[in-house]
Design a protein. Structure first.
Ligand SMILES: Cc1cc2nc3c(=O)[nH]c(=O)nc-3n(C[C@H](O)[C@H](O)[C@H](O)COP(=O)(O)OP(=O)(O)OC[C@H]3O[C@@H](n4cnc5c(N)ncnc54)[C@H](O)[C@@H]3O)c2cc1C
Lengths: 781, 289
């Protein structure tokens, strides 16, 4: 199905490379407006308590302070992801629920004065006992954090397919393992920041976000505004990884303070506050039971999972569903039982982070299945080959899967890595491991209920044809979505990519897209702009046909034409319209576009995308539906210092079934970055809190240890020729999040191969490995 | 995250610096690269009313070989000055290599050897290797100067014996009989991590016999510490794997680490055992590395 494309499949330069490499690119923090004020949030200094009083008088007296606001000055409408669990206020009204919870905001003439004012705010609390682990939260008599969540249970999920207990009885081998994940943080470099100003009754908000649409929807709802009265704009975004999908408080504060003061206001977080805002990976406690037949085919699987949510729900319900809903995509399992609870605690809320709820369950399952295989004498890759899904199939939960090449990915990773010669054969301290993963290519449902299309695109060609504007509120958060969308639109139009320009990140000027999450933009916004481009091309061909006929250059029956010239006889590529059978007879796109403008006004193409109704009828079936599923196999090779426990990942092979690759360079960038995040969470990263007070301990990049360049292995990023997705534009599907889901399993399994001990708790730190080795030695085994 | 208000001086000579320090007493702090101090000031852990920058003291930015005596390291040399010094590379590569393992390139370009010593952070990377090489520190005050053994500079976490008016001007590594030296830093990632344990050793080996040894440990006590029992044990022993391993065991008994956010005391103790053994092997086999 590979066609000869001009832009799709080519590593064209990113559209933002000039600005970002020269430093010209502006982020929200760089924006300045005349008369602008600065704002900062007032935060709780205890983890759990009732607010008795807030005294802002000293702060208000400080020179340079313009305003101080608290709950009494803002709407009390609650927000969250889904109406059943709207549980968060702009500012805490009665209770604070984590050390750092939002109590109000100060507004002053400069940043320094804001910090000084914060020190003068006096909050009196009636302190309540902090609840810092889910185990403590579910104890008899534990303090109740929210009235609406009895026993601190935020949600429960029970998905039962087939008859697990019966199938386990008949299984050849059954095994149960327990795993523990950690709280991780996105570590995007651009901190949260929002700037707002008003013109009459209309508010303008610049914010660093993954979705201008969801921000506009949620903020307008909470502030009681019409969506049309709130413009949300994104400029360059310094990454998000899921952390910029929900509001964080800067936006509300900026809009409200700007209204109150009549001046533009910018509210920003420093790194510590961005850490504090959290919304990263949920720690999960996972118990897995699998029954297999003699060959290793899974006959039943039981997955018990507890997510420690922190305070508030946010995207946490989706995280919970994702924890269990995607396993059945990778491996068809007829008898499957997923029981899950999300528990609230008095720590910063957890939320979505690359791969959403899936990476830790992937780690657990990929580790567990190796242990199952080992017990019955089946090689890890063979275990996966026996169980992997094939394409054009329907899952137990009723999801339709079109292209799916996990089998081929496993074989390629096995062969590229030299698996057969290495596994179990490299001696102590050396190991190789495999993990599978994948993800949805866009969620099948909107975050809130709506019948809107998921993405709307538009292309407008400039008057004289020398530029094409591609409209979409798909947000480029660094992944390069603007570049690939323009590639697809340019291809569809037959117009040079270099002359395209993105109009994005503006709810007034651009067109609806739900934003950068669920790895959706390349497919969904891709369809919208591709269709818009195709409509432009149709108009260009019609106009060209008319022009060629009028020019007298084509005559009926003139050799290559049977009848009168029609648009069927024309093609448009790279900005040239020509007669297919006689390419020398041509016009430029520009001259045709200009003529179109003269005759009809603006040359515009429109496109939109809706995935339609997608499968599954059980409660919660929405989470996991998608028009297309990616798959991936990673093999990692490690060295472990058998004395100190130090781990070094020396090589990786990363095979992706991502359909047609729209831009190879950007694709490999995603694979590389995803592995980086995955290995970081496997070995180094963990957000830590004081076990007594719940105060954040390592909200900085010295003690929240991301891997450095020296810790990164080379990543051999490979693709499959046969990968083509019929539901994606040009045959594409995702690579953004799926690529990070196999890594924890692959690296953990490599460590197992190296040290002979299964490490079941993330992160697998050097000290944990050291301790495990020591205990093994002391136990004389 | 903003700096407190302070008065700022940038004297042109050491004498002038000492005078200013004497004049302002406890209110004043010396500022070198600022990689330690500015961070503390922004985090509100330190608020000096007077800051005396030593950045203009060009004479303190040189590494020089003094024939027959040793290597003089100006106190304001940056870590990268040490990394790039030909003199150090030739005479005491172990010091240059210790500097290379510190922080990241940006911090190595600014941070100084004086700041690393005087900040007296238990995990600082340069003190152990300087102690192992028997280096001295020259302190100049308003009323005169004195020279101390490196290990005598430290008084506790964040504390030194420097008087308010004293400036550290020079570190001197004497010419010596030690045939090899080595520093191993163990951090929790390959770059940009503070030492969880740092072990420095210097040995004099003749005909396979250890004539003399110095072992200094970082990050495992309130100050960098000598492992004197280990040194005594090593003296006169033939170099064998067993002897070096035994030395590691003894050294691990000589440290008093704490458990913190980075590592447990138990882990640190065992790391001292492992790295003492490994550093000794390197110094014995490869010289000053
Ligand atoms: C990101 C980062 C990573 C780091 N990594 C490491 C690491 O890996 N290993 C490590 O050991 N350290 C590390 N550090 C700590 C620090 O960079 C070093 O200790 C550095 O050597 C400090 O030197 P400075 O010149 O910046 O000192 P400053 O911050 O200027 O001063 C530190 C202290 O020394 C005093 N002082 C400075 N010069 C003199 C003088 N001549 N006489 C008297 N007193 C003086 C100051 O008053 C102050 O109390 C790191 C710091 C950062 C920010």
């Amino acid at each position: 199905m590979k066609e000869n494309y001009s832009y799709v499949g080519h590593s064209v330069d990113r559209n933002d490379s000039y600005g970002k490499t020269t430093g010209h690119a502006q982020y929200v923090a760089d924006l300045k407006f005349p008369g602008m004020l600065y704002g900062k949030l007032i935060r709780s200094t205890i983890a759990h308590g009732r607010i008795k009083s807030i005294d802002t008088s000293e702060a208000e007296k400080l020179d340079g302070v313009v305003a101080v606001i608290t709950a009494k000055d803002v709407p009390s409408m609650k927000y969250g992801l889904s109406p059943a669990r709207f549980d968060e206020n702009i500012f805490c009204i009665d209770k604070v629920r984590y050390h750092g919870d939002k109590i109000g905001a100060v507004c002053a003439i400069d940043e320094e004065t804001c910090y000084k004012a914060l020190k003068l705010i006096k909050v009196e609390y009636e302190e309540l006992e902090p609840v810092l682990t889910w185990q403590d939260a579910v104890k008899e008599g534990a303090p109740q954090i929210f009235d609406e969540y009895p026993g601190n249970v935020n949600t429960e999920i029970h998905h039962h397919f087939g008859d697990v207990d019966e199938a386990l009885k008949d299984a050849y081998y059954v095994r149960t393992d327990k795993f523990q994940g950690q709280r991780a943080y996105h570590a995007f470099i651009e901190n949260h920041c929002a700037a707002a100003y008003w013109e009459a009754d209309k508010a303008f908000l610049y914010t660093t976000t993954q979705s201008v649409h969801y921000d506009q929807y949620h903020i307008a709802r909470v502030l009681g505004m019409k969506m049309g009265n709130l413009t949300v704009r994104a400029v360059n975004v310094g990454a998000g990884f899921g952390g910029k999908l929900d509001t964080c408080g800067t936006e509300f504060a900026a809009i409200i303070l700007a209204k109150l003061t009549g001046r533009p206001v910018k509210v920003w977080f420093d790194h510590y506050e961005t850490f504090l805002n959290g919304h990263g990976r949920h720690p999960m406690t996972m118990t897995l039971t699998t029954g297999v037949d003699k060959k290793g085919k899974i006959v039943a699987h039981k997955f018990d999972c507890v997510l420690e949510g922190g305070a508030y729900t946010g995207l946490g319900i989706a995280s919970s569903y994702y924890a269990g809903s995607l396993l059945g995509i990778l491996y068809p399992i007829e008898n499957y039982k997923f029981d899950c609870q999300r528990i609230v605690t008095t720590l910063p809320p957890c939320g979505a982070q690359r791969g959403h709820g899936q990476p830790q369950p992937r780690f657990a399952f990929e580790s567990h299945i190796d242990l199952v295989g080992e017990a019955i004498g089946v090689d890890p890759i063979d275990m996966r080959l026996i169980n992997a899904r094939k394409g054009n199939s329907i899952t137990t939960a009723g999801y339709e899967v079109k292209s799916y090449n996990l089998l081929a990915a496993n074989r390629m990773a096995r062969d590229a890595s030299g698996w057969t010669e290495k596994r179990g054969k490299m001696g102590p301290g050396r190991g190789i491991g495999v993990g599978n993963g994948g993800f949805v290519t866009g969620a099948g449902f909107c975050q809130y209920r709506t019948d809107y299309p998921h993405s709307v695109g538009m292309v407008k060609v400039f008057d004289d044809g020398t530029r094409a504007y591609v409209y979409s509120n798909a947000i480029d958060i660094g992944q390069g979505s603007s570049t690939v969308l323009m590639q697809m639109a340019a291809e569809a139009m037959g117009y040079p990519y270099e002359q395209c320009q993105m109009v994005t990140g503006d709810t007034d000027l651009s067109t609806l897209d739900f934003g950068a999450y669920a790895s959706r933009q390349t497919l969904m916004a891709g369809w919208a702009v591709t269709r818009a481009g195709a409509e432009v091309k149709k108009k260009i061909l019609a106009k060209a046909c008319e022009m060629l006929k009028a020019s007298g250059r084509v005559k009926e029956g003139f050799g290559y034409l049977d009848g009168p010239l029609t648009t069927e006889d024309l093609e448009c590529k790279d900005g040239i319209v020509y007669i297919k059978q006689e390419p020398a007879v041509k016009l430029t796109f520009e001259e045709v576009a200009r003529k179109y403008f003269v005759d009809h006004g603006a040359l515009v193409g429109r496109g939109w995308y809706h995935p339609g109704k997608l499968g599954g009828n059980h409660k919660g079936a929405a989470v996991g539906t998608s028009p297309a599923y990616s798959s991936a196999t990673q093999v990692a090779e490690v060295k472990v210092d058998m004395e100190t426990g130090e781990i070094e990942c020396v090589d990786t092979w990363d095979v992706h079934d991502s359909g047609t690759i729209i831009n190879p360079k950007l694709f490999h960038g995603q694979v590389h970055g995803a592995f980086y995040m995955g290995i970081g969470e496997t070995i180094w990263e963990e957000v830590k809190f004081d076990p007594k007070t719940g105060a954040l301990l390592n909200g900085n990049f010295a003690e929240y240890r991301l891997p450095t360049a020296l810790d990164m292995p080379p990543v051999e990023s490979l693709t499959l020729d046969e990968s083509y997705e019929p539901n994606g534009p040009y045959g594409c599907k995702e690579v953004g999040e799926g690529a990070t889901t196999p890594t924890m399993g692959a690296v953990a399994n490599a460590i197992y191969d190296a040290i002979g001990i299964s490490m079941t708790e993330l992160p697998i730190t050097y000290e944990k490995v050291w301790r495990a080795l020591k205990e093994k030695k002391e136990n004389g085994k | 995250m903003y700096l407190p208000d302070f008065e700022y001086y940038a004297p042109e000579s050491v004498a002038e610096a000492c005078q200013l320090l004497a004049q302002f007493g406890e209110k004043a702090k010396v500022l070198a690269g600022g990689t330690d101090m500015v961070v503390k000031m922004k985090n509100e852990l330190l608020a000096p009313e007077v800051v005396v920058s030593v950045k203009n003291l060009e004479q303190l930015k040189k590494v020089e070989y003094v024939a027959g005596k040793g290597v003089s390291v100006g106190a304001l040399c940056t870590h990268n000055d040490l990394v790039k010094s030909d003199v150090l590379k030739e005479k005491f590569a172990s010091v240059a290599n210790a500097a290379r393992q510190m922080a990241n390139n940006q911090v190595r370009n600014r941070g100084t050897i004086a700041g690393n010593i005087v900040s007296a952070v238990p995990s600082a990377d340069l003190p152990p290797v300087l102690i192992a090489l028997n280096a001295t520190a020259k302190l100049v005050g308003a009323k005169g100067e004195r020279t101390l053994a490196m290990e005598d500079v430290f008084a506790g976490p964040g504390k030194t014996v420097l008087a308010n008016d004293e400036v550290l001007t020079e570190i001197f590594i004497p010419e010596q009989k030690m045939t090899g030296s080595n520093y191993i830093k163990f951090g929790l990632r390959k770059s940009g991590a503070l030492a969880v344990v740092g072990v420095a050793v210097a040995v004099q080996v003749e005909n396979g016999v250890i004539k003399d040894a110095r072992v200094a440990l970082g990050a495992v006590a309130a100050t960098p510490v000598r492992a004197k029992k280990t040194e005594e044990f090593l003296k006169g022993k033939k170099v064998t794997d067993d002897v070096l391993a035994e030395a590691g065991v003894i050294a691990s008994g000589e440290c008093k680490p704490i458990s913190d956010i980075r590592a447990s005391a138990e882990y640190r103790t065992d790391l001292v055992r492992i790295f003492t053994k490994r550093a000794l092997r390197k110094a014995v086999d490869e010289g000053h590395v």
